[in-house]
Design a protein around this ligand. Structure first.
Ligand SMILES: NC(=O)c1ccc[n+]([C@@H]2O[C@H](COP(=O)([O-])OP(=O)(O)OC[C@H]3O[C@@H](n4cnc5c(N)ncnc54)[C@H](O)[C@@H]3O)[C@@H](O)[C@H]2O)c1
Length: 365
């Protein structure tokens, strides 16, 4: 069994620990956090044998892979250290916050012959896999354009510690953009250029949740980002991510084809209704979900990477994909700052579709 360790035992870590326990073929031998009590709590709740430190994990030659669930600003440093210690890495999104650091990470993994994967993995779910099959089967004709909207009023109304959402590495683009951009790459292929406008609407935000209700926090990153993305296929997507919108009827993603429109479910989730409507249709047609061989849970992208190591195939939630998404995000900010259209320098191919209906043990056959 592949021995792995979780680094970063915060809010999202239990979901990963549960996925690994359910899959059975992964041996979660340790968990580490800069705050020892958090590692101890995760270990106790999920029967993980060792609650420890990052240094201890890195020094342990029996651990093959680390799953990096630290906050975005720590991602590249932790992933870099793990790769240099000879371990494959699966990171939460984003791959990093700086394009050059992300590029160096992908190159390092390739040089060392190690795997590097990155969330999001929601495109493994029946919702987005069905959308891919709908496009591949020609249901909507040639995809020519898309709209993708994440429009909200910001997490300070409900999150107890919303500070990080307004710091570098977050904001609506870095926090939610990876779900929307990864989905667009899976559906439309790689992008070639980005033009964007962005703004910081309020220099400070007021926390509305307990225990810090009324406290004001500074805003370091754009809170409304509007990007026009040109894809290699010729398709054009409008992507808007915002923490400045009080209410909206626009949500999720639509793909406009020459023959019909595809309504894509929320890319933050694994499932959701897939609908198609052509000119002349009196209503949207719901497409039955494509059955999947895989459980739809966070962490499945990491599991796919570990399976792929065994069989030598490419893994789906790849470093190349995450780097391409990182460049779309950094290019959006650069375009907005400079008032220029930015040509992208990275590339990737959509992942292989997930086989339908196979029992798990035949997944790699
Ligand atoms: N919370 C969610 O619902 C959610 C959902 C999807 C993805 N994510 C992503 O998961 C990642 C983690 O998010 P979270 O909400 O669990 O954050 P969190 O702040 O709850 O947990 C992060 C943990 O990492 C630890 N940490 C920080 N630096 C470290 C280091 N150098 N070494 C070891 N431990 C370190 C912190 O002490 C903390 O316990 C982020 O990239 C986030 O974007 C979160």
């Amino acid at each position: 069994m592949t021995a792995i360790a979780i680094v970063g035992c915060g809010v999202i870590a239990p979901a990963y620990a549960q996925t690994f326990a359910e899959l059975g073929f992964v041996d979660l031998v340790a968990c580490a956090d800069a705050i020892p009590e958090r590692a101890a709590a995760l270990a106790a709740a999920h029967d993980i044998p060792r609650a420890t430190t990052l240094d201890d994990v890195l020094a342990d030659p029996t651990i093959d892979c680390i799953v990096n669930l630290t906050p975005p600003l720590a991602h590249t440093a932790v992933s870099d250290a793990a790769l240099r210690a000879g371990k494959s890495v699966f990171s939460e999104k984003p791959l990093g916050v700086d394009l050059d650091e992300g590029r160096a990470l992908v190159a390092l993994a390739a040089d060392l012959g190690l795997r590097l994967g990155c969330a999001p993995d929601t495109f493994f779910g029946a919702g987005l896999q069905t959308c891919r099959a709908v496009i591949a089967d020609g249901f909507i004709g040639e995809p020519i354009a898309a709209n993708a909207f994440f429009l909200g009023s910001g997490p300070e109304s409900w999150h107890p510690h919303p500070d990080i959402f307004y710091r570098r590495g977050a904001g609506p683009m870095f926090d939610m953009g990876p779900y929307y951009l990864t989905t667009l790459v899976q559906l439309l292929g790689p992008a070639r250029a980005v033009s964007a406008a962005a703004r910081i609407t309020h220099a400070e935000r007021t926390i509305g949740s307990e225990p810090r209700r009324g406290e004001r926090i500074p805003v370091e990153v754009p809170t409304h980002v509007s990007s026009a993305i040109e894809f290699a296929s010729g398709a054009i997507a409008t992507v808007v991510t915002s923490f400045d919108v009080q209410a909206s009827r626009y949500r999720n993603i639509e793909i406009y084809g020459t023959e019909a429109t595809l309504s894509v479910p929320d890319p933050n989730y694994f499932e959701g209704p897939v609908r198609v409507r052509a000119l002349g249709d009196t209503e949207w047609r719901e497409i039955p979900p494509r059955p999947s061989a895989l459980p739809a849970r966070r962490g499945i992208g990491a599991a796919d990477m570990l399976w792929a190591i065994g069989s030598g195939r490419a893994h789906r939630a790849s470093g190349d994909l995450a780097l391409h998404v990182l460049e779309m995000m950094t290019a959006s900010f650069a375009s907005a700052e400079r008032g220029e259209r930015i040509a992208l320098t990275t590339d990737c191919m959509p992942a292989e579709l997930i086989p339908t209906g196979l029992p798990l043990h035949t997944f790699d056959d």
